[in-house]
Design a protein around this ligand. Structure first.
Ligand code: SAH
Length: 199
């Protein structure tokens, strides 16, 4: 998977490639799709939700330019796979999921794998996770129509946020928080499930 789908498409960061070689993707997906776990596609994980395509996980992780000391917020725990890739390369991961059953399942899988640096919350990630803010980086894995204000506020100055934005047409956006404003860079057209708003 890493050789043929990720490295060849230009992901270079060695720590990400190593994490993706190490973490078994099949343990994060339901029984009926396990045999597709290392293919170049997103997969269904139940509750109408998906685990992202492996290349997109690698691409988004690399774009955040993480060094290892960071505390990172993820919105949309889903299967827990992206949280584990992050946990391999940073200090602490805080992940929020709206659908309780998905969070519970991810917590079970991750406990089994033995990670201690991932913290879970069930709730609407549109509002981030205030208690542990500010974060060095934020990874959003469901698409809102526009970047939620709370997430911007919970990012440190100098920090980066990776977020798919849009509805029918979505783009991956990389935001960098500067002293007084946010620098915005459009990266790729993508298709994520929508970020569900609870208000
Ligand atoms: N990162 C996941 C993929 C997530 S798919 C993985 O590696 O498997 C997007 C997830 O976002 C879904 O699980 C969906 O339930 C969740 N989601 C949607 N709206 C949300 C919201 N407002 N707050 C938190 N999670 C949300």
């Amino acid at each position: 998977m890493v050789d043929s789908q990720i490295e060849t498409r230009g992901v270079k960061e060695q720590r990400i490639l190593a994490a993706m070689r190490k973490v078994p993707r099949h343990v994060f997906v339901p029984e009926n799709v396990k045999r597709y776990a290392y293919q170049d596609e997103p997969l269904i994980i139940g509750e109408g939700q998906t685990i992202s395509q492996p290349y997109i996980v690698a691409y988004m992780s690399e774009a955040l330019q993480l060094k290892g000391h960071e505390r990172v917020l993820e919105v949309g725990t889903g299967s827990g796979y992206q949280a584990v890739i992050l946990a391999e390369i940073v200090k602490e991961v805080f992940t929020v999921e709206l659908v309780e059953s998905l969070s519970v399942r991810a917590q079970e899988v991750i406990k089994e794998l033995g990670y201690q640096n991932i913290h879970f919350k069930v709730g609407d990630g549109t509002f981030g996770w205030e208690a542990h803010a500010p974060y060095d980086a934020i990874m959003v894995t469901a698409a809102p129509a526009k970047v939620p204000k709370s997430l911007q506020e919970q990012l440190k100055i100098g920090g980066k946020m990776m977020i798919p934005v849009g509805a029918a047409f979505q783009e991956l956006v990389l935001l960098t928080r500067e002293k007084k404003k946010f620098k915005r860079k459009k990266l790729l057209p993508v298709r994520f499930v929508p970020l569900i708003s609870t208000h």
